[in-house]
Design a protein around this ligand. Sequence first.
Ligand code: MIC
Ligand code: SF4
Length: 662
Amino acid sequence: MAENITQKILREHLVSGEMAAGKEIAIRIDQTLTQDATGTMAYLQFEAMGVKRVKTMAVSYVDHNTLQQDFKNPDDHAYLRSIAAKYGIYFSRPGNGICHQIHLERFGIPGQTLLGSDSHTPTQGGLSMIAMGAGGLDVAFAMAGKPFKLNMPKVVNVVLTGKLPDWVSAKDVILELLRRVGVKGGVGKVFEYSGPGIETLSVPERAVITNMGAETGATTSIFPSDEITHAFLKIEQREDACRPLVADPDARYDETIEIDLSSLVPMVALPDSPGNVFPVTGKTATVTRGKGKKSWDAALDIYNRPITQVNIGSCTNSSYRDLMIVATILKGRTVHPDVSLAISPGSKQVMTGLAKNGALTDLIAAGARILESACGPCIGKGNAPSTKGVSLRTFNRNFPGRSGTKDADVYLVSPEIAAFAAITGKIVNSVEAAKELNIAYPEISLPASLSVDDNMIVPPLPEAEVEKVEIVRGPNIAPLPKNSQLPDRLVGKVLLKLGDNISTDDIQPAGKWLDFRSNVPEYSKATFSPIEEKFHEKAAALRDSGAHGFIIGGSNYGQGSSREHAGLCPMFLGIKAVIVKSFARIHLANLINFGIVPLIFANEEDYERVNQDDKVSLDISGIEADTLTLYNETRKLDIPIKPAFGSTDISTLKAGGALNLI
Ligand code: MIC
Ligand code: SF4
């Protein structure tokens, strides 16, 4: 039978299940990746599994929290390094760069599967992998050799035609897709790219598109493996990893989307969502802001606002190609006096490439503040905007507060717009700005003499030598919290009632709290703090009184990051059930992993029939049933709800989570 690329890779890795959209399948995982902020917890869980050595090609990156302001964060790094040595894992040292960029350069293999404890793991779809984000526990299970369970996604054929105009780039392609489908338009789907337009995009450009596909809620995104993939792997001196992989000519898809690259214009995602996309050439737009929808004259807003900050980098836009464009624009010019421009190159390889050809000198000379190759400002670690500041970022998320400044306005743009904005102090149309400044469009390709040097990657220790490795545990590495078994009846109250598109940054913020990723009791003091600062106190009080906490939410609950702490910390605070209109994929799996019962309203209107502080109860003894009943004691109402979990998750929930189960 003719197959698309997604079906081919999934079939090759299928362990069980039927590959029909929506049905549960389990697949074999070839590669895993972790980063420091999710890695410590993933490895604490891996240790608890009692497995001697990882069963996947595994890489542990240190890229999120690298500032080392006190002992906590270097202690995490020391723990991760010792774990890597003990269990046969590659260790990418801090300074080597952002996990997704390095993985593309040094580890990704077309046709293989990758599971990463980071939601932007789909970046490797640019190298034709089925690469998915997951919670740390699921990644730990994969490292232990267990298959990964997912619902067979629908496959959407995204047909690219034409060629991008000068000064319009891959970021504008994915922003255009986001404009069309929104932040939940990809849920349950894989975006598979095809058409003549793909031949005009290099692997790092494809990776921009697959990276930010995560913002649609998609399971993943993927490009074929072709001559362009081959050329990239050749430059990386990894030609032997190359394998051609294209869809069969009569392959079938569940949906088709066409994008004519030649017709695209520069785009911007307005505050506070990557789905608020608007062409910078436009006049008006209706966009969602904060909790409600409002019609907003976006054109006026973007052209009239002086900007205070430009940050270039992140796993979306920090490749050699992207920073060369930036250097071309900045060369011989000066950053606007009112703007702070910071640039974080994606990897040591990118940084050395720029240093070798002089582009780094151009950036420094123009006044750019060069940061280390790491996530940095993208995860709210440094370079926060000023109060009510206007920040332009080449990143992938602009959720409220993520930048570190609650009332800042964050716009997401291409490296082209970011660079022009840095010198003009305004949000500009990159095509027009290039004309005005008379800058010729450069031809950029990865230099054949790229410095390929893995000296910052510590290879796994041979098995015979691991005995002597001692795991290093600093005082901030707290033991894993335990959950009790699920009782037959949940009785308590609604601690919070939330709206649509609640992100894991709302549930469990990062930024300054990142230091506590391996210390759940401390980190849970941040739970829901962007919404209600002292949430943790009221939740803990309810828990300690012996009652159970409930959360009510709208649709796409838990979008964004893969951080399992958004399940783990609420569990620690006694949350037993989350009832919403719909869930984002990774967060749903994380709730189940930590024994929090995920439920959806049988009728969406019933969302109105339960309020914050209502006393509620739920008989969960018949958890296998299709419909359960939430009793709202305050309003004396029965509300029908449905399980958001599958039948195979019931034993996990009953046990109080996946770790308890094993
Ligand atoms: C993010 O971009 O939100 C992060 C930080 O990379 C997260 C992972 C984390 O919270 O550590 C992600 O995308 O999964
Ligand atoms: Fe790091 Fe930002 Fe990418 Fe997350 S989105 S992996 S924080 S660069």
